[in-house]
Write a protein that binds this ligand. Structure first.
Ligand code: ZN
Length: 265
């Protein structure tokens, strides 16, 4: 019988660099606390307008070291070809959902982080849907039993990409904010930091305000919880809280500097 969980947090990212931008603070923060933190890049980013697969792999390795990840693997789904229902077949004959279910069952995460569905790149939307399906189906013992022993994560959390949502909770990442930005900058080709890109097409990531927009967003969410830098997360269930007095004492909700909208009621 396997241990219930083999890693504390497993994040999935459609392309190498997405996790650094969207949940890099959480990954660095949990790693610093000594948790087992894994990252799965779903594609190699071979359709990227900037950088080769080999260079991007090197950049991802450097970023992983900066974040202090326990492991980082690549699912090698096709870039710009992630299938939302996971039925597309990969070159080795395995379907996309089989590949993802196999990874979940192999690493047995306690918490899974994945992109929120409201996002811009079709791969990001498809990845969110595929992962949501795979996380559920990985827990069914008779679903693709050749892909490993069934595993159900304790919690699924969605990270924000380009479109904002009202977060279920915000993580204070102030202590690792510099680490997060260094991990993002490790993706030099994507952010136009490789010094040899004048002829390459401009992209959203390589635009002048790209890095400062990440800092601005983290400041915005940090202010909601009264700290300099925060990352927003969404859960689709209601979180249970049995001892509000103790929780608020340990993690005070007071101190918010900014209230983005009126609460209902
Ligand atoms: Zn992406």
């Amino acid at each position: 019988m396997k241990e219930m969980f083999d890693c504390d947090l497993l994040a999935f990212a459609p392309h190498p660099d997405d996790a650094e931008i969207c949940c890099g603070g959480l990954l660095a923060s949990m790693s610093a606390k000594g948790y087992q933190v894994g990252l799965v890049d779903m594609t190699l980013g071979e359709c990227s307008s900037r950088g080769t697969v080999a260079i991007r792999q090197d950049e991802a390795k450097n970023a992983s070291e900066i974040l202090g990840l326990t492991f980082r693997i690549n699912a090698e789904l096709p870039d710009c070809g992630i299938s939302a229902d996971g039925s597309a077949i990969l070159p080795d004959g395995e379907s996309q959902i089989e590949r993802i279910v196999r990874i979940i069952r192999r690493h047995r995460p306690q918490t899974v982080a994945l992109p929120c569905q409201s996002t811009r790149h079709p791969d990001h939307r498809a990845a969110s849907e595929l992962l949501t399906r795979a996380i559920f189906l990985a827990g069914l013992r008779n679903f693709k039993s050749h892909c490993g022993e069934a595993h159900t994560a304790l919690q699924t959390i969605y990270y924000q990409m380009r479109f904002a949502f009202r977060p279920s909770f915000i993580v204070d990442i102030t202590a690792v904010a510099e680490q997060k930005m260094a991990a993002i900058r490790a993706h030099k080709t994507q952010f136009g930091l490789d010094g040899n890109n004048s002829e390459l097409p401009a992209t959203l990531a390589s635009s002048a305000l790209s890095l400062s927009s990440v800092i601005a967003r983290d400041s915005y969410y940090g202010m909601m919880i009264g700290c300099p830098s925060g990352e927003p997360y969404l859960v689709k269930n209601v979180l249970r809280l049995d001892d509000p007095c103790e929780y608020f004492k340990q993690c005070p909700g007071k101190g918010a500097l900014f209230f983005p909208d009126e609460l209902t009621g």
